[in-house]
Design a protein around this ligand. Structure first.
Ligand code: NI
Length: 222
């Protein structure tokens, strides 16, 4: 019991107080990074982003909002079919710790179902909106991996492609870069970010590949 309590408090500190320390597991070798795009799908920007990723032969992870998945399932299908990973970012993007346990579970389950209908698969990981979590939220989500990030581009605030790219360029190997595919400036910055990271020797993996230590084991560019 004591060690369980200790685990939860460490887990809470890791994800809520120090999100930078919660994202990246150990890596197997080689330099790699996981680009993540939250809050979509967006009816025009997500397809535009997909074209850039395809052109660059890069796979990313999309933390989708369930009610948007229900609205644009075809786009989510395309995201998945292109080799990207889909993660669960809740149904309506609330601050989960403020909800009842039943509502938290519904937020996650409805999104799982929308993604399953669109792609045939259920997301392997969950990213809570705003990175906001509590021991109760963690318990409601269950055993699934909860994923934060370690490089926040703050793209929602700056809306400036060059600035977004500068922040993303500070990433380190095994890192996760947080972006949002609902802002035109972010999509405009992505090509430059990818080119720069490639020039520094990075390959690109999805979040699940990163957690499997897939930096050097075929999980990179494809
Ligand atoms: Ni979000």
């Amino acid at each position: 019991m004591h060690s369980i309590l200790k685990f939860w408090s460490v887990a809470f500190l890791a994800c809520c107080v120090f999100p930078a320390f919660s994202g990246a597991p150990a890596r197997a070798g080689g330099k790699c990074v996981a680009l993540t795009f939250d809050d979509g799908p967006h009816p025009t920007l997500t397809p535009k982003l997909l074209s850039i990723l395809a052109q660059e032969h890069v796979h990313a992870t999309f933390y989708v909002v369930g009610q948007r998945v229900a609205q644009w399932p075809g786009i989510v299908r395309r995201v998945y079919q292109q080799g990207n990973e889909i993660g669960n970012h809740s149904w309506s993007h609330p601050v989960l710790p403020k909800l009842s346990t039943a509502r938290i579970k519904a937020e996650i389950a409805k999104t799982d179902e929308a993604v399953r209908r669109a792609t045939g698969v259920i997301p392997a990981t969950v990213r809570p909106p705003y990175g906001s979590i509590s021991p109760r939220v963690r318990a409601a989500i269950g055993r699934r991996q909860i994923v934060m990030w370690d490089t926040d581009t703050l793209d929602w605030r700056y809306h400036d492609s060059k600035r977004i790219a500068r922040v993303a360029d500070r990433t380190r190997s095994g890192g996760m870069v947080l972006m949002h595919d609902i802002h035109p400036r972010t999509v405009a910055a992505v090509g430059g970010i990818i080119e720069y990271l490639k020039s520094r020797g990075f390959s690109f993996v999805t979040v699940s590949q990163l957690y499997r230590g897939g930096c050097g084991s075929g999980g990179g560019e494809a």
